[in-house]
Design a binder for this molecule. Sequence first.
Ligand code: MOS
Length: 726
Amino acid sequence: MSRPPAPEGRAARPLARVDALGKVTGAVRFGADRVPPGLAHAALATATIGRGEVLSLDTAAAEAVPGVLLVLTRLAEGELNAPVFLMAGGTAAQSLQPLLDDRIAYRGQPIALVVAETPHAAAEAASLVRAEYSAEPVSVHLDDGGAEVREQTDVLSYYKNLEVGDADRAYADAPARIDATFDLPTQHPAPMELMSTVASWEGGVLTVHEGTQNAAAVRNGLAAQFGLEPERVRVVSPYIGGGFGNRNSLQVYTGLAAVASRRLERPVKLVATRAQMFHNSSFRPASRHRIRLGAGQDGRLVAAIHEIDQQTSRHDAFPASYTDASSRLYGVTDFRGHQRLVSTDVQTPGYMRAPYEHPAVFAFECAVDELACSMGRDPVAFRLANDTGTDPVSGLPFSSRHLAECLRRGADRFGWASRDPSPGSMRAPDGSLLGWGVASAAYKASSTPAITRIRLDEDGRLTVYAGGHEMGQGIRTAIVETVVRDLGVHEDSVSVEIGDTDGVPQPLTAGSWGTATVLPGVHAALVELRRRLGLPGSGHTGLPRASLEVEATHLAPGQPAEALDRVRAGALAPAGPVYPGFTAFSFAAHFVEVRVEPTTRRVRVGRVVSVVDCGRVASPVTAESQVRGGVIWGIGAALREHSEAEPRHGGFLNADLAEYTVPVNADVPGLEVEFVDLPDPLINPLGVKGLGEVSMVGVSAAVANAVHHATGHRARHLPIRLEDLL
Ligand code: MOS
């Protein structure tokens, strides 16, 4: 490992967020901030039935609104090709492209795109588009009559259920057992920035400004939709106001805005409304988890069975991968997973922060807690006794695993030793019931190939061109911090160019692999820069003024070089969590205090202590912020968030921020964050594992376990509401 120690003064202190000033002063430009000359504004008209067909459309009133330029309904043959779903080897959020035919697959599906001189005229006109439909019955919940349940192995040919040992037999023979089923609701990511796109054509080249986590997919997806070479599409994703999974691919409206722009020969901007975002971007599907655990009298887990039903759309199979995490939490050598998909009348669901791990670990860690309590064992001690250094699935060692350290440090800092284990036995000073709960977390450590360029100008300025997207996680800060630590230059002399397909390839930033991809890539480019400048491999010698550009690649351990070609072609190429010789996961432990008001049963979270093992912490300021965000989301998932699907007409009823309730400041207590901060020795030269998602995993379980400790009530669904505790 050639990384030199931090020099005196320079990056010996953690860097503040490099774009903080730009963000709070409005200098930073998001996708929809783009205002090219001649800009026209688009708005969507959407279906009011949940399934069926459009019989006729009346656009006369819309066209009569002053300033209206175009009302797009059915597109011309060949004007826009249907996209391919991301998880079917394509680039798009779903395979269904609105305006190609008359079918309606979900309520809120676009039926027209109106373009006008102003956003107000477009919105008014869109509201005047009238449709006649033939409507069919809808199914939006897992148990609805028309919901179709299928074995995932039948739907996805590559998929196999996870089976290690003989879990059914080990479970049957176990002296202590638990069998519990947990329901996790449909949820929507609610980023501050609305979904938007700005499309323009010039000289046969399509340029799109859009807050996306996957500029490569948007570029390649649009190229395929328009039958163009990818070189004729440029996608710029400058900053994203929250990328939580639903911005991971080509959206349904991007191609429509581009069609409108082409027809009008003007740039077109579309900003979807909040309700349209709830119905036309991906969301966290409902899932049901039956967990069976068996343990010996010694408190060792001997069997785990995890069976899942997960919602998907009729038109796409969003895969279920819940058992990857639940099988790695503890040293359970007999594990059986079983996953089924349930087709419903919704837009295709997708990834939303800790997409599988949050629901899976909620169910698993509630069951673990219940089993430990039923055996009269301390929940922390029970978890420590079941820790392992070996991945029970692959049989390989974990590259690094400091879960036990997370649990011990967290217990110390939280004051766990003074906990009275009896439910309802502790009181807060204000008389409310006090509950203390704990949960473990695991999230796979992946990465994707990185192609990175660094340019050193004669005035000493460094520009880093990296494949990544800034969605608030602080990737620019982490890049600058890596350069400053390595070369000892001042942070103001480093610029970062990311999210632009005119630079280096821009693969998907997701799966908590952003930092673990981009920073090793930057490191590789720095090694090359040092070599070209004749600088020693370590120590800060000062940077000679020069004009030079270097490019370097980084691959995950054992990843074939063809993966670089995949990334250059805009395809997905993630590696991990199983690598040659080891398995890599990030870990965390969360300790939560809840206070339950005795009469109203109102639940407040009093404090949270989180200790995280994400390998080496690359950027302490933004890392801590990431964990706070994850914990807040876990609190929201435990006590607030639920998208209410409408059972007769389809769609979601609470599709705005007033009724889709997320935690506000009053819901968020003091959050204490600590990192183990030990570099992973195998995953990459910087020892960095993922952080964004593991920080949310397990929080809801710790809340639920704390609610049990306060009240004696075991949550079997989320969110936990007052009426559950009466
Ligand atoms: Mo994330 S849900 O992997 O964008």
